[in-house]
Design a protein around this ligand. Structure first.
Ligand code: SAM
Length: 258
């Protein structure tokens, strides 16, 4: 994949200024390997207060994000249409209960939510095969269920905890996916060699100086014997995975058994 485009919908577009201009992500955007467009959901509101939320039907604490605003925004973003033109109306008309589409297929549209599919390296690779992604960042108590039904193609969680909003989760998806875009990570061997891609956690790494507070570097790493280094690394990766994430070994066995 190269030249991937990611659209983000959020009520805090300014939140992304730091992450998108820093380090490798910033460089990928400057080099046109990555095209990230951040949209302010409030551009699709129709009232004077630019409200995106309302009280939940059935009562309860907190506010829920309104489906009509999200749907107008997503249809506009899918079809590359301006908020000025699309505010307050769906682009293609509605067929009750049917998922909405862009001109043709919807781009992969990911709603960030704690109840989503866990973000794993496997999912990141799957998403990296797309040339376009749309990320929806919730706030408040979450988003009206009809957005889940009609707009999202995927629901993704970055872990079993609850954040204030989907922005951190969207940034995690953007980083995990774009690291896999050729040209983003300088040494393209790196992503293949690291935690999760092989099914194991990564082995320990060392660099200069050779001794730190009395602790040296495992001798094998300075032996010049590449075969021995590979065997040592694999053994350490297995030890670490067995100790910390035995569930990954079970998954690896299942995968090997086919
Ligand atoms: N009431 C919701 C629940 O219990 O599942 C949590 C809402 S949370 C305060 C507001 C928004 O943060 C969510 O709509 C979602 O977009 C985002 N969010 C929170 N935790 C997340 C997670 N672990 N993974 C992905 N998105 C998350």
């Amino acid at each position: 994949m190269s030249g991937v485009r990611i659209d983000v919908l959020t009520i805090f577009p300014g939140w992304f200024e730091g992450p998108l201009t820093t380090s490798l992500l910033g460089r990928a955007i400057a080099d046109d390997v990555l095209d990230v467009r951040v949209h302010d959901l409030r551009d699709w509101t129709t009232d004077r207060h630019r409200s995106v939320d309302d009280a939940p039907y059935g009562g309860g604490a907190g506010m829920v994000m309104r489906a009509d605003v999200w749907i107008d925004a997503c249809e506009a973003v899918w079809n590359d249409l301006d908020a000025e033109v699309t505010r307050g109306r769906t682009v293609r008309g509605e067929v009750p209960g049917e998922p909405l589409t862009a001109g043709g297929d919807r781009p992969r549209t990911i709603l960030l939510t704690p109840r989503g599919r866990p973000l794993t390296q496997e999912l990141a690779s799957e998403l990296a095969a797309e040339d376009r992604l749309v990320l929806l960042c919730g706030r408040y108590e979450g988003i009206d269920e009809r957005v889940h039904e009609l707009v999202a193609t995927d629901e993704v969680s970055i872990g079993d905890y609850v954040l204030f909003g989907g922005e951190v989760a969207a940034a995690a998806v953007i980083e995990a996916v774009t690291r896999l875009v050729p040209g983003v990570v300088g040494n393209q061997a790196s992503p293949e060699d690291e935690s999760f891609t092989s099914g194991l956690l990564e082995y320990p790494q060392y660099t200069r100086p050779p001794t730190v507070r009395g602790i040296g570097v495992p001798e094998v790493l300075t032996s010049g014997d590449h075969g021995a280094v590979d065997r040592w690394r694999h053994a350490r990766a297995l030890d670490l995975t067995t100790e910390r994430r035995p569930d990954l070994l079970d998954r690896l066995e299942e995968h090997d058994r086919g």
